[in-house]
Write a protein that binds this ligand. Sequence first.
Ligand SMILES: Cc1cc2nc3c(=O)[nH]c(=O)nc-3n(C[C@H](O)[C@H](O)[C@H](O)COP(=O)(O)O)c2cc1C
Length: 352
Amino acid sequence: MPGNTLHADYPWTSPDAPFVVAAPMMKITLGRLAVSVSANGGLGFLAGGFDLSPLAKDLGETAEFAKSQGLQLHDGILPIGVGFQNWGSDLQLALAALKEHPVAAVWFFAPKQLSDLLDWAKQIRAVSGGKTKIWVQIGTVAEALEVAKTTQPDVIVIQGADSGGHGLAQRASLLTLLPEVIDALAEERIDIPVIAAGGIVDGRGAAAALTLGAAGVALGTRFLACSEAVIAKGYQDQVLSVTDGGASTVGTTIYDVVRGIHGWPRAYNGRGIANSTYHDAEQGMSEAENVEKYETAVQQGDAGWGPEGRMTTYAGTGVGLVREVMSAGEIVKSVQKEAVQTLQRSTAKYVK
Ligand SMILES: Cc1cc2nc3c(=O)[nH]c(=O)nc-3n(C[C@H](O)[C@H](O)[C@H](O)COP(=O)(O)O)c2cc1C
């Protein structure tokens, strides 16, 4: 039964409902969001991003907030996860923060090479006495097999092409990627639960991923529209207003260029809502001019977002399904409830 083994490892999660995760989103999913998700039967990830210098302080504040919300430590562990963008993260800073504030899981993403994750996994397991579980987000069948055989994580997150933010430029959507990864792991007799990410916004998407064999689902874009997200109003308003995400979002590296972020491995780009930064780059505007215009837009605050705006608005193709701001906890509960209803409806229709 999907989700059962995960529930045993994360005992505060709802035992009888689908396993719902808030994916790490750099600078947006911080402690309050992660705690709210975990306090409502899900698993929330605080995004460490690539600059881990504030992590120990952020985790300290998160632990205080969790306490104030009545969210108990489990076996001495804070019941949230922490996500890393491994290509630019400092392992020693991570270890120092996790030693002071042990968490239930860490989420690795986008190392310079997958073999780098071996050391990360080994050292984090050592510093937590094995209590911190290792999650790795991958984007192809080959990556899943390599990670499963080398790093041997506790969970593999499969990131399909619809996802918002960064991902491999060359990859398939969950509809084909997820079952192919599951088959490939089974063929090698590897038993690691897989979590589906990319384009899952509501209970219908969650039900589809569970039907394809996922043990749980991770949502990013949907949590851009929650009250605990650290997000500018201009950004959130655009997420709420944009529809037809396949047409209105693009995978590009220009949004990193204008923000001065240069370290992403070459195989990655970032999916965001197409705006003037992107259209001008496509029309041949120089990077220098685009950066200058971006910096002017930054001064405009919320007005820098919008169809004619220039501010980076990372979001996945599911953006058109994000229609209102809810609390993170309400999102978890509603995705769980709708997923079960959807599964029941299809079963009633087709299974006699
Ligand atoms: C704004 C934004 C920021 C993101 N930042 C990170 C990050 O810091 N680390 C990471 O592992 N993934 C990051 N992701 C990707 C998520 O982990 C996840 O794969 C994705 O959100 C799932 O697809 P969805 O957005 O369609 O739900 C980000 C996604 C978004 C939309």
